[in-house]
Design a protein. Structure first.
Length: 417
């Protein structure tokens, strides 16, 4: 009986040991399996870090450029004269209004001239006095010249007598003094004549100046044209040579249409070239113009070149300040590479696009030309064989993985051509 119990206890221990070993093995298996799961979970996010960006692609288009290019233009006067005063005075009359046609030399403004007339009368009286003084000085000079001649003659006689010993040295010295005095008086007489001449010249200049000022009290049109920008009132005091502009006269028989040319289009422009002037939608009249001036340097803000087109305006269809259109014809038809505006990113300092290179978006800097409707010309940086990315360009970065969501778009574009 004791033996049987011993065997049962032994079997029981073996079973318990087996169960413990089995539990340990299962624990080790679970720990190892859990580690593998964790490793997979750690690796899984790395596989999805780079998300592919869905895009559409197409080939750049080859367009035939239209022969001409149209520019908006501002009209300015061919010639402009400034109305200002050369003399000071109070405005007495105004003989024009804005819009009046005038000829060169027509009177426009009259200043009060009473003070100048009084000054002129006084100057003329002074001229008479100066003339009288000069005449008197000349008469006196003639007397002094005679006196000197007589003194010289007396001196010569006295010198002969002195040589012969007929007179004393004291008498000879007196004669020398008389001759010297006569010469001094003659010099003073000549100076008096010169002073009188100077006074006379001064009086003559003053009279001439006052006459000019009197003439300038009538302010006249500097050129023929149309009066504009009136800036004067009755009773107003105007100051000579102050730079104040009282009005402007604009010659609009011819006008300048000023257009701004982009650098890439400067090859279209040359002096002497004929262009077409289109007024507006309501007026279908077309005028002809000629390119006369081209700026040699670009505007620092707009980076464009000013170009002046001379337009014959004898019928006064155009006026300064009007906005019109100028069509500059091209010399030949050109094939240009163009892409949709939506495919272009960046700004005027740095334009760029993206192309598809084996599923990778690659950024390229480009130079653009003219804009034609919703297309833009690409002058450099892209070829007709490139696969252009035309969507999501503002969110793409160089090197992004992409997926083309419209694989047939390229074929559709070919069919459109």
């Amino acid at each position: 009986m004791l033996t049987i119990n011993t065997k049962k206890e032994k079997n029981k221990k073996i079973i318990m040991s087996s169960i413990i070993i089995l539990i340990i093995i299962m624990g080790i298996f679970l720990i190892k399996n859990n580690s593998q799961v964790r490793e997979k979970e750690a690796v899984a996010p790395q596989a999805t870090v780079t998300n592919k960006v869905a895009v559409q692609i197409q080939k750049p288009k080859i367009l035939t450029e239209t022969p001409g290019k149209t520019y908006h233009a501002n009209i300015i006067a061919y010639q402009e004269g400034i109305v200002s005063s050369k003399t000071s005075g109070q405005v007495k009359e105004i003989l024009f209004e804005n819009g009046k046609n005038v000829l060169k030399g027509d009177p426009l403004i009259v200043l009060d001239d009473q003070d100048l007339k009084s000054q002129l009368k006084a100057a003329e009286n002074q001229l008479i006095i100066a003339n009288n003084q000069l005449a008197a000085a000349r008469v006196e000079l003639e007397k002094l010249e005679i006196n000197l001649a007589e003194a010289q003659e007396d001196y010569d006689k006295t010198k002969t007598l002195f040589t012969q010993g007929a007179i004393t040295k004291s008498q000879m010295d007196d004669m020398k003094t008389s001759l010297k005095l006569a010469k001094s008086n003659l010099t003073a007489g000549k100076i008096a004549v010169d002073i009188s001449k100077g006074d006379l010249k001064t009086a003559e200049i003053k009279i001439s100046t006052l006459k000019d000022s009197l003439e300038n009290t009538v302010i006249k049109a500097p050129i023929s044209g149309v009066m504009d920008a009136k800036n004067v009132n009755l009773g107003q005091m105007v100051i000579a040579e102050s730079g104040g502009i009282l009005a402007r006269v604009k010659d609009i028989s011819s006008l300048y249409a000023v257009i701004k040319i982009e650098q890439q289009n400067m090859n279209r422009i040359e002096t002497g070239k004929q262009v077409l002037i289109k007024l507006n939608q309501e007026n279908e009249t077309v005028l002809k113009g000629t390119i006369k001036e081209i700026s040699i340097s670009a505007d620092p803000s707009s980076r464009t070149f000013n170009c002046k087109v001379l337009v014959n305006n004898q019928k006064h269809l155009l006026h300064p300040g009007d906005f019109i259109k100028v069509e500059v014809p091209g010399t030949q038809e050109l094939k240009i590479l163009a892409i949709p505006l939506t495919a272009l990113a960046g700004d005027e300092r740095n334009y760029y696009i993206f192309v598809n290179e084996q599923g990778i978006a690659r950024r390229r800097n480009v130079t653009i030309g003219q804009i034609i409707k919703n297309m833009v010309e690409i002058s450099s940086g892209l070829s007709s064989e490139d696969d252009l990315i035309c969507t999501n360009v503002n969110t793409l970065q160089d090197g992004d993985q992409i997926i083309v969501i419209s694989p047939n778009l390229e074929e559709d574009n070919k069919n459109e051509k």
